[in-house]
Design a binder for this molecule. Sequence first.
Ligand code: PGA
Length: 252
Amino acid sequence: MIRPIIAANWKMHKTIPEAVSFAKQLKEEFPEPGNVDIVIAPPFTALSSVMEVLKDSPIHISAQNMHWGEKGACTGEISATMLVDAGCGFVIIGHSERRTLFGETGGMLNKKIHAALKSGLTPIFCMGETLEERESGATFRIIRKQIKEGLNNITSDDIRRVALAYEPIWAIGTGKTATPLQAQEAHRFIRETIATDLEYAHASETVIIYGGSVNPENTGSLMDQPDINGALVGGASLDFGPFADIIKISER
Ligand code: PGA
């Protein structure tokens, strides 16, 4: 039985007091572990303050990015060890905004995943196609390439600790969600690809979450799909009400 993940990706939003106040509300509303793992990804600046609030709660903290190095002359970067130190259990790797705005390549993401796993973090590894790629019929080819590059040389034992996120780029922040069937088809393909191409025997247990304009209205039909095991929520995670609703709908 897969335990779903509902993750909030706050991107470049929220000051420390805003993040702390949201975390307090979340802790109050969800004091005990439910049927889903709740993860929030605040900006770096708010990580340790949010950790102070959530340290005795079942809610997990994620970073939105990291560097693959342990330490050194890397101005502006943060290592996996630093994230663990700040209270993170998860890290988002390969979000399309990192790939497109900051030129992160499959090879870089692979190094990040190795480093995250070595430090005990659970990577949430994102993949997905552009609208152009979807319209030209290249969706599956692109996803397969992203999986092969990102998960290169990750052992079977380690893949157990990786969560995958399918985020079609055309659905991120646009209000256009993939239909539940489009998303299911991509999730199924991802599961099959890690089973066949990576020869991973436990693909049926891998958590594959969907991201791209998830909101309380579409959560139910997405979560009804057999290969969709949760959501990575951007815009609708910024306000407490809609995010709490998405969690409650997913717990049904
Ligand atoms: P969105 O973002 O929910 O605002 O589309 C999702 C994401 O980028 O992870």
